[in-house]
Ligand binder design. Structure first.
Ligand code: ADP
Ligand code: ADP
Length: 233
């Protein structure tokens, strides 16, 4: 059943009189609780599509609906959790204190705390950081910081997580470890995840569905939508 529906979406950027067609006539269906990757060459529009879905950017043409409503109709800060390339952690706070940031933000904007709040200690344990909850960000490696960002997103009330190349700054070994930990935490919490990547192994290992985006001269994106079987026990 389609949860996130993208219909005939087009997005153009105009800069110094130059027009760039970042997205052109994109159609997409994403099931609730599924893990979907967007893969394609740099500049094909992956981040733009992610931002339009998350309500951070408007598109000139087409529609995005999430559970039947547009992102702008919803309180989008509660609906979506963002995991960027480099996680935003407060340096003066411990790892555990950083886990609470989504709830403080929601409280400030007077939004009810969502029911899906996870236990921060348990979440840190499931990404192997149980021993580091009282550490400060400067004591963590890049991969460990990213694990905090991922655990925090899964612990937030947001039912949909948008991840923009979260592993791209990491070395191969760390990347592999994080893929396994991301799968583990996703299997426990079953949120809808959209994951932008350049790495085909990540896309195939992690996803139920892979959306391949390609850009051609003229900046038209073609979307090829592939459903992958996932072994279940
Ligand atoms: P990807 O994430 O696949 O690398 P992007 O979505 O970042 O691609 O960019 C798609 C296209 O839109 C690129 O040509 C990029 O230069 C252009 N673009 C993205 N953001 C902006 C912006 N804020 N202003 C102008 N052009 C942009
Ligand atoms: P990502 O690494 O997530 O793909 P980019 O490196 O493509 O992001 O873009 C970084 C930022 O610069 C984004 O906010 C994007 O919107 C903006 N941007 C990208 N391309 C352009 C462009 N041609 N002109 C202006 N802003 C751009």
């Amino acid at each position: 059943m389609s949860y996130i529906k993208v219909s005939n979406l087009s997005k153009r950027f105009v800069r110094r009189g130059q027009s760039t067609e970042a997205l052109s006539g994109i159609n997409l269906d994403i099931d609730q609780g599924s893990f979907v990757s967007f893969i394609g060459p740099s500049g094909c529009g992956k981040s733009t599509l992610l931002r339009v879905i998350g309500g951070l950017m408007n598109a000139e043409e087409g529609d995005v609906t999430v559970g039947g409503r547009t992102p702008l109709e919803m309180q989008s800060d509660k609906q979506f959790g963002f995991v960027p390339q480099v996680p935003a952690l407060f340096s003066w706070r411990t790892v555990l204190q950083n886990m609470n940031i989504p709830f403080e933000v929601n409280r400030k904007s007077k939004i009810d705390l969502a029911e899906q709040k996870g236990d921060p200690i348990e979440l840190l344990q499931s990404v192997g950081l149980g021993d580091f909850m009282h550490a400060y960000p400067r004591e963590l490696s890049g991969g460990m910081k990213q694990r905090v960002g991922i655990a925090r997103a899964f612990g937030s009330g947001a039912p949909t997580l948008l991840m923009d190349e979260p592993f791209s700054a990491l070395d191969e070994i760390t990347r592999e470890l994080l893929m396994h930990q991301l799968m583990k935490i996703w299997e426990q919490h079953k949120k809808t995840v959209i994951f932008v990547t350049h790495n085909i192994q990540e896309a195939i290992y992690l996803s139920d569905k892979v959306v391949i985006m390609s850009s051609r001269p003229g900046r038209v994106s073609y979307v090829i939508d592939i459903d992958l079987p996932r072994p279940r026990n």
